[in-house]
Write a protein that binds this ligand. Structure first.
Ligand code: ADP
Ligand code: NI
Length: 216
């Protein structure tokens, strides 16, 4: 199979897996992360094929949608074997997918490869800015979170367990994750985009609180 055929078949595989998702992890999230990754790669370099494949597959194995991480990763690994990639390439892609996720305010990122850093940056850029705001409220609605509760203080988490099990409001998600992402971007190219998107979230939150407080 040619490189383009592998990519196109993987696109079909991912589309079929994520079809109908309403938590902000649908095909169009993958499409944005894939294209942002390619854009960052133009400046930062790294192996484009590994980057594209990891970007396309990065959410298929998400811990939120499988019983455990291993079950999700198995689905990805089976696919990579089926399309006949070499075991070295498979391991590089799996490594990225395993380490791409944000796991809490006080939990360090572990990504070691340039390809992984680029995909992680692209995924994080899609979590902030106007699209990030929209995805966050979509996710909150799907998983039954309150939108905002002024009686609750923002919480930050020091372990993945704590973060994973937190039942905070959607507005709290800005404090436990979204507003922290600009300082957890790996590449200079992505950092520039992140700062602009971060500013937009600050504007959004200010307006949100202004409207809320004008009720008093
Ligand atoms: P990562 O891409 O680092 O794996 P997730 O898949 O956990 O991150 O989150 C992707 C997006 O899903 C977040 O940026 C946010 O928009 C939404 N999301 C995840 N967890 C929550 C939550 N507890 N409340 C609201 N939105 C969430
Ligand atoms: Ni993602």
């Amino acid at each position: 199979m040619s490189r383009d055929q592998v990519i196109n078949k993987t696109i079909d595989f991912v589309k079929a897996k994520l079809e109908g998702d309403s938590s902000g992890h649908d095909w169009w999230h993958i499409y944005r992360v894939w294209n942002l990754s390619k854009k960052i790669q133009e400046k930062e370099k790294g192996d484009l094929f590994i980057i594209e494949m990891a970007a396309l597959l990065h959410d298929v194995a998400d811990w939120k949608f499988y019983e455990n991480e291993e079950a999700g990763l198995m689905v990805v690994r089976d696919w990579l074997i089926k399309i006949d990639l070499s075991s070295d390439i498979i391991e590089e892609i799996i490594y990225i997918i395993k380490n791409v996720s944000y796991k809490g305010a006080g939990v360090k990122d572990q990504m070691k490869t340039l390809e992984g850093k680029i995909v992680q940056d692209a995924d994080r850029l899609d979590a902030i800015g106007a699209i990030g705001v929209a995805r966050t409220f979509a996710f909150g609605g799907k998983f039954g979170s309150e939108m905002h509760n002024p009686e609750e203080d923002a919480k930050l988490h020091n372990s993945f367990e704590e973060y994973k099990n937190s039942k905070g409001t959607t507005i709290n998600h800005f404090y436990e994750k979204l507003l922290l992402l600009k300082d957890r971007i790996n590449t200079k190219t992505a950092k520039e985009i992140a700062l602009e998107r971060h500013n937009y979230m600050e504007v959004f939150l200010k307006q949100f609180y202004d409207e809320w407080n004008s009720l008093k």
